[in-house]
Write a protein that binds this ligand. Structure first.
Ligand code: NZQ
Ligand code: ZN
Length: 388
């Protein structure tokens, strides 16, 4: 049952090999001072940086650079970006990179004119924005997070060992995003498959909630089937345009608020994964792959019918002559086979987690109540031990 909701997503998308051609049209809508935000240098190697700078110059923009955004952007970097944006009276932020760069750009956009510490306001107290917001546009180079069409902005505080995501409202969504699958070809294999699993996890976090008949679940099963099909192709041939373009589009729809309609949503894999990230700075998608199966095997009895449906509709498990538990487990076993085929990290030890970190990681995992089982801290410890 879907209930009452308002649905709107304000981000305009330009998709495909020609999509960068539309940047100039969008730039006309903003003032002349542009903060060009990017990561550790991949865009310089691929030549995208030169192309973007040229377009900005041709359109009369003054460029202020903010490079060096690290994977899992930190609060210190955020303070630095805000200062740069403020002193140069930036009119527009152009993010060129992966989810970290897009998330960071949104954080700078809401924090530059924030009169108090943005970490306290947005990430600890989870308050809404009540100050000027600098508009953001994205050119995406790495697929997975959905940051190109949502209000998510995840920041890490290395001192307090907390990695927290604030999901901002429509006023903070990117004004536009440019999605060219070819720009993602150069993403290293490890990051690429981590991104693929991030997409899968976003879908599962929303799918494994509720017991009603819900359109969102049918959409998600379709997205999952497309992702599984295309990711198996892309892992062997990263320059397969058909596969990479389907994956890029799936990633956007996996986390742009559409499939969350009518769902309570779980997000515990992400809560645990983010806490692992705060301790280890590990790649986001791999923190999710490392804990997913121990988590799902643990909560399966509490949402058995949905796990059975998942096995049949997504993994083509034949239910004949099997108990519900057997069907559900077979689905998770097939998921495990697929994850190994992709080359995902399957345990937290490989991410640098040591035994003495486990209780801290469990403490730093925010416990949410939208899934099939509200976990206790002790249960998170157990899941982490099973993931070790
Ligand atoms: O920094 P550069 O040099 O650009 O290199 C990056 C980085 O090292 C590289 N890369 C990206 N595009 C490339 C490329 N290398 C070669 N060619 C290209 N075309 O890939 C590395 C990883 O990039 P990053 O942006 O960190 O990855 P991702 O897109 O997975 O973003 C991860 C961040 O997003 C957050 C995560 O927590 C993490 O901080 N998330 C954001 C969400 C949201 N906004 O809704 C939801 C997610 O669940 C997630 O939490
Ligand atoms: Zn994620």
């Amino acid at each position: 049952m879907l209930g009452n909701f308002m649905y709107s997503n304000p981000t305009k998308l330009y998709f495909g090999e020609d999509s960068l051609n539309f940047l100039k049209d969008e730039l006309k809508n903003y003032g002349s001072n542009v903060l060009l935000v990017y990561g550790g240098g991949s865009i310089k190697k691929t030549g995208l940086y030169d192309k973007v700078v040229q377009i900005l110059k041709d359109n009369g923009k003054e460029i202020f650079e903010d490079g060096g955004v690290m994977p899992n952007p930190t609060v210190e970097k955020l303070y630095e970006g805000c200062q740069r944006a403020k002193e140069n009276q930036v009119d527009f932020i152009l993010a060129v990179g992966g989810g970290s760069v897009c998330d960071y750009a949104k954080a700078v956009s809401v924090s530059t004119y924030c009169e108090e510490d943005p970490w306290d306001k947005y990430y600890l107290r989870m308050e809404d924005v009540d100050n000027k917001i600098i508009p953001v546009g994205c050119i995406l180079t790495m697929v997975g997070t959905g940051s190109e069409m949502n209000g998510g902005s995840v920041i890490t505080n290395t001192k307090s060992k907390l990695k927290i995501g604030h999901v901002f409202g429509e006023n903070v969504f990117p004004k536009f995003s440019i999605l060219n699958p070819v720009f993602t070809y150069t993403v290293p294999q490890y990051q690429m498959v981590a991104g693929f699993f991030d997409i899968m996890s976003h879908i599962l976090e929303q799918y494994f909630s509720g017991e009603d008949d819900n359109t969102s679940d049918y959409i998600m099963e379709g997205l999952l089937k497309s992702l599984i099909h295309s990711s198996k192709i892309a892992v062997k041939n990263p320059t397969d345009y058909e596969a990479r373009s389907n994956i890029m589009w799936t990633a956007t729809w996996a986390l742009n608020t559409l499939v969350a309609q009518g769902k309570s949503t779980d997000w515990m894999v992400h809560m645990i994964g983010q806490s692992i990230g705060a301790y280890t700075n590990a790649t986001h998608g791999m923190t999710l792959s490392a804990v997913s199966l121990p988590y799902y095997r643990y909560i399966m009895p509490y949402g058995l019918q949905k796990f059975k449906r998942y096995a049949i509709n997504v993994w083509d498990v034949n239910p004949q002559g099997k108990t519900d538990e057997e069907v559900a487990l077979e689905g998770l076993n097939k998921m495990e086979e697929y994850m190994k085929e992709l080359g995902l990290v399957m345990n937290i030890k490989e991410l640098g987690v040591t035994e003495d970190m486990i209780s801290g990681i469990a403490k730093g995992s925010f416990i949410l109540d939208g899934g099939y089982k509200v976990l206790t801290e002790e249960e998170i410890v157990d899941i982490l031990k099973k993931s070790f």
